[in-house]
Design a binder for this molecule. Structure first.
Ligand SMILES: NC(=O)c1ccc[n+]([C@@H]2O[C@H](COP(=O)([O-])OP(=O)(O)OC[C@H]3O[C@@H](n4cnc5c(N)ncnc54)[C@H](O)[C@@H]3O)[C@@H](O)[C@H]2O)c1
Ligand SMILES: [Zn+2]
Length: 274
């Protein structure tokens, strides 16, 4: 950018998936202490999640997202037409975050997904547009109330505490959306054990995740390594891992009192609820 004499009022256009968005956003936020940023997300995940909220980051050393900034784009342009060329697994990857958003905040979006999942996976343009708009609005609403991630924004981590541990323990062979899907089921199983979440709703969640082309049961992984990763996760409060758990479809709560025993039981459980 310096070689090309880019000045402070020249905007950076981040067109691509979440990787491009995070990298271009980081560059825009640091070059000359910040130039205007426009996000043009082209994956489902980027349209509903990474382009919104102003978190930018790059990986450093062995740590994901270890260097980054909070930097809001001036504009986010999500064009549904760009999604036509995405593979089925890329669509599933984005659907994991969409199911997450419905679970934490919006039972009616959950119902919409149950009704339309098959059409959505076949790229029905009108339904896709509605889904992206609704999910983007959920994330924008949460971020607007807690931009710097000190409370409410934590709820967006539903499925991610165990999900990140799965990703790491698989040495990133398991993709983020798949890991989050399994993490959501494990979190829901913990909530059922605590008698805070209904078993019938756990079955509904599992069915929707499976119809999205995503896994529900965690494959045999190095469990001690997973637990270690979870303990090193940044969502630790006073030495205990904080979990976001569902209390209903569309509602979550924060739990700091989840025992290791409960986590192990949830991680090791296999499809036995239905
Ligand atoms: N900043 C945030 O708040 C936030 C939130 C969630 C995820 N992320 C980050 O986002 C990244 C994941 O994003 P992603 O899932 O978009 O992955 P990605 O950027 O790697 O894109 C996935 C693949 O799709 C390709 N692609 C992009 N647009 C396409 C299109 N229109 N048609 C066909 N192929 C296309 C890409 O080249 C890539 O191969 C991770 O690095 C994650 O850390 C950031
Ligand atoms: Zn995620």
């Amino acid at each position: 950018m310096a070689d090309n004499l880019v000045e402070r009022d020249t905007p950076v256009l981040a067109m691509g998936g979440g990787v491009i968005g995070d990298l271009a956003g980081f560059v825009a936020s640091t070059y000359m202490r910040g130039v205007p940023l426009v996000q043009v997300p082209t994956t489902l995940l980027a349209q509903v999640d990474s382009s919104i909220g102003g978190k930018t980051a790059v990986d450093h050393g062995h740590i994901k997202n270890s260097i980054g900034t909070f930097y809001q784009p001036r504009l986010v342009v999500a064009d549904i037409d760009t999604l036509q060329g995405l593979s089925r697994s890329e669509v599933s990857n984005g659907l994991a975050e969409i199911i997450k958003s419905a679970m934490i905040n919006n039972a009616s979006l959950f119902g919409f997904l149950e009704k339309n999942m098959d059409a959505l996976r076949s790229h029905d343009v009108f339904l896709m547009e509605e889904m992206v708009a609704r999910t983007a609005a959920i994330k924008a609403g949460i971020v607007a109330r807690d931009e710097k991630d000190t409370g409410l924004r934590n709820t967006l981590n539903f499925g991610h505490t165990i999900g990140h541990a799965i990703e790491s323990a698989s040495h990133f062979k398991i993709r983020h959306g798949q890991a989050v899907a399994m993490g959501m089921v494990a979190a829901a199983r913990i909530a059922v054990q605590m008698e805070k979440f209904n078993k019938k709703d756990l079955v509904r969640l599992k069915k929707l995740i499976q119809r999205a082309g995503l896994p529900v049961d965690i494959p045999p992984l190095d469990i001690p390594l997973m637990i270690k990763k979870m303990e090193h996760d940044k969502k630790i409060v006073d030495g205990r891992t904080r979990f976001i758990l569902p209390s209903a479809i569309g509602k979550v709560f924060m739990a700091d009192d989840v025992s290791l025993q409960m986590v192990l039981q949830a991680v090791e459980s296999r499809d036995e609820e239905d």
